[in-house]
Each structure stands twice: as structure tokens, then as C-alpha cells.
Design a protein around this ligand. Structure first.
Ligand code: ZN
Length: 392
């Protein structure tokens, strides 16, 4: 992974890279010298991007610095304030109610100064310049599903892609702070991204045990949408479909008007839709290895399918004679009949205009199975691959 720094103040489209925030310590101390809120116990206790603070406040004044959730009295909410210089503390509603009257020392040892925005990029070359793009974000502290699960699956996918013997596509995998990071990355790379990316996915919320969710790209029918839907359907996974109007992560930038990248999202429970979202309950107990593995398998299947996706054309008019090529079973059995039917159905649609996703969706046979059929038919010289302009 290559690490990049973009300095504070750099203009990125309509935005500017903000000051860099660093924090060493923060607490709220009561009159007895007890730290009732301590950043060192949980870093969600401080509003992200809080300015430095050191003063004595009354109980009533303290209330103006506190953020809690009435509806979920046991959790610490995750709150940030990137573009208004503000300071505050986040606590559970229950703890808030237990605070005694009296004066409090509120203290935040933080620093907002010129620095840089940091992001990581993994580029894995393939035979073609055309790319598959994966983007995940790295900005939520101590939050497991909405955030850490994304980088976790991204790293595992990177390893998988690097170990492939043959890669048709190149891969671009990035780790950016959400929103400003995606905008900054686009502002540096938009030309090559628009030229090369054929499909892309946001990796987020991949570690909880919930059902899958699919959030379409703005155009809705891009190659990445078609691959995601084909895989979710062919693996018989239950999933909920969300429209682009329900977007919330970096597809907001990648799919924006004029950028128009083919980027959609496959996740478990969608951000904002699970009650642990953006609270201290989105922790390591909320995610599990089995769910992460399942998500990894779905994304991996999308990548394999994209790598195998071509258009094919039959070499003969009318049905080819399968038996003289040993492709027709000598004896007819239930199972062999299905194989032949799948092969004949594939041939019926292999007219050079439909790709594997089209045919897989149409004849209801998974790409993994179609790939075996294709291999046999190519070997028997019954079909040929139709390459696109950019491939040959
Ligand atoms: Zn979030």
C-alpha cells in the first residue's frame, strides 16, 4: 500500500482539506477529582474534531457540552463536527442522568493545525489497463461494523487478488476518510478513473449478522450493479434493495453528476438502519468472523464473475451437433439432461451481443457453472470469444 498525504488548505473541487486534528487527552472531572468522563476509557467520549478546552463550568453549563441519546439510554453516541469548530463530550443518557449537581472541570487536550489528509492506495496490475475499483473508509474511531469491517474485507480481497495467477483487470483499492477523502482522491485521479474503471464497490458494513443489502449506483444498471445482483441472486442470498436516493457513503461522490463512475454497494445491514449504528454498541461484539467471511465470499464471487465476463458467439448456424463432439451424454439421465439443457440454453443466447451476466440472468444458471460450459464449448470450437474494442 502506498500512503499519500494531501496538505491542509489544498483545494479539492468545491472543498478544502481541513486542518489536521490530534488529541492526547480529554475528561470531565467532578468536584471530588473523579473523572466522570474519560477519553482514555473510550475515545467516542469526545466529539470528533473538538477544539481544545480547559475550564470550570456549572452543572447547567455542562449540559451544553454533552451529547447523549434519549432513545438508546445505554450507549455512547458517535458525534463529529468537522466543519464547525466545536467542543463536546458524548455519554450515555443513563450516565448523564446520574451526574450530580456541582461544578465540573472540562478539559480537552487537542490540537487543530496545518497538517495533511492521509490515505492509502493499493494498485494491482492486470493484463488490461481497465480497472475494478474498491473503496473503503478509515475515519470512524472504535466503530466495528460501520467502519472497521470495510478495511478488513478490503485487505482480505487485496490478498486474494494479488494471489490470482492471472488477472485480466487491474485493481485500484483505496482507504480514504469518508467524503473529504473520496473527494480529494477523485480530484487527483478523476481522469484515469473515468478512463479505466469498469466496475467498483464501496466496502462498508460487512461484519454484522444481518441480511445483505444492495444499494444501486446512480445509473442503476452498470456492470457493477449487474454483477452484484447476479451474484446475490445466484448464491440465493436474501437481500434488501435500496435505491440511490437512500445513499449515504462515498457513492455520493463516485456517482455524482459528471463523475458517473459505475459504483454500487453490497453490505450487510445498511448504515443508518441498524440500532447499533454510530454508537458504542457498534463494537467487536456486534461483528463476527462468520459474517465477515460471508461478505468476503460475495465480493470475491463478484470479482471472479467480472474477470470471467465476456461475450460469446456461436460458430455455426442452427444448433451444433453436440454428440459428435462427445458433449451429449450417451445415456439420458435426470442430471445429464440439466447439463445439456443449460448448454443448449447458453448456446441459444450466445449471439455475440449478450455477456455472461445477461445470459446467466436469462437462463438462471450461475456464472460459476456457465464458466465450465464456456470452457467446454471453446475447446470444442463451437463458440468464440467476442472481444471489446478496449481488449483487443
Ligand atoms: Zn458512518
Amino acid at each position: 500500500m502506498q500512503i499519500y498525504e494531501i496538505p491542509t488548505g489544498t483545494k479539492v473541487f468545491d472543498w478544502k482539506i481541513p486542518k489536521e486534528w490530534n488529541i492526547r487527552d480529554a475528561y470531565v472531572m467532578d468536584e471530588d477529582g473523579v473523572k466522570v468522563i474519560d477519553f482514555n476509557k473510550n475515545n467516542l467520549h469526545v466529539v470528533g474534531y473538538s477544539s481544545p478546552l480547559d475550564k470550570i463550568v456549572t452543572f447547567d453549563e455542562l449540559q451544553g457540552y454533552l451529547y447523549s441519546l434519549k432513545e438508546q439510554p445505554e450507549v455512547i453516541p458517535y458525534v463529529t463536527s468537522y466543519y464547525n469548530e466545536k467542543s463536546g463530550f458524548c455519554i450515555s443518557e443513563n450516565q448523564r442522568k446520574s451526574l450530580k449537581k456541582g461544578n465540573y472541570h472540562i478539559f480537552i487536550d487537542s490540537e487543530l493545525k496545518d497538517g495533511s489528509l492521509t490515505y492509502g492506495e493499493i494498485l494491482i496490475p492486470g493484463e488490461l489497463e481497465k480497472e475494478i475499483f474498491l473503496s473503503t473508509y478509515i475515519c470512524h474511531p472504535s466503530l466495528a461494523n460501520d467502519n472497521l469491517s470495510g478495511p478488513c474485507v478490503a485487505i482480505q480481497l487485496s490478498k486474494y487478488i494479488m494471489e490470482l495467477n492471472k488477472r485480466r483487470y487491474s485493481y485500484r483499492i483505496i482507504f480514504v476518510p469518508e467524503t473529504i477523502g473520496a473527494i480529494a482522491y477523485l480530484s487527483k485521479n478523476i481522469d484515469s478513473m473515468k478512463r479505466n474503471i469498469i466496475a467498483g464497490y464501496i466496502l462498508t458494513c460487512l461484519g454484522d449478522s444481518g441480511k445483505f443489502s444492495y444499494l444501486e449506483s446512480r445509473n442503476g444498471n452498470t456492470l457493477s450493479d449487474r454483477a452484484a445482483l447476479n451474484i446475490l441472486n445466484s448464491l440465493n442470498l436474501e437481500y434488501k434493495k435500496y435505491s440511490y436516493m437512500e445513499r449515504g457513503s462515498d457513492e455520493r461522490q463516485y456517482c455524482s453528476a459528471g463523475v458517473d463512475l459505475p459504483v454500487c454497494t453490497v453490505m450487510r445491514s445498511k448504515y443508518g438502519e441498524f440500532k447499533e449504528y454510530h454508537t458504542s454498541d457498534d463494537n467487536m461484539d456486534f461483528v463476527n468472523a462468520k459474517a465477515l467471511e460471508g461478505s468476503f465470499q460475495v465480493m470475491k464471487a463478484c470479482i471472479i464473475a467480472l474477470e470471467k465476463n465476456y461475450k460469446y458467439k456461436v460458430n455455426y448456424l442452427c444448433e451444433p451437433q453436440l454428440s459428435k463432439r462427445g458433449l451429449y451424454p450417451d445415456v439420458s439421465m435426470k442430471n445429464s439432461a440439466t447439463c445439456v439443457r443449460d448448454m443448449m440454453n447458453f448456446l441459444a443466447y450466445a449471439d455475440g451481443t449478450k455477456d455472461l451476466f445477461d445470459i446467466s440472468d436469462k437462463i438462471n444458471v450461475p456464472i460459476s457453472k456457465l464458466a465450465d460450459i464456456v470452457e467446454k464449448l471453446i475447446k470444442a470450437k463451437i463458440i468464440r470469444t467476442v472481444y471489446s474494442q478496449s481488449e483487443k
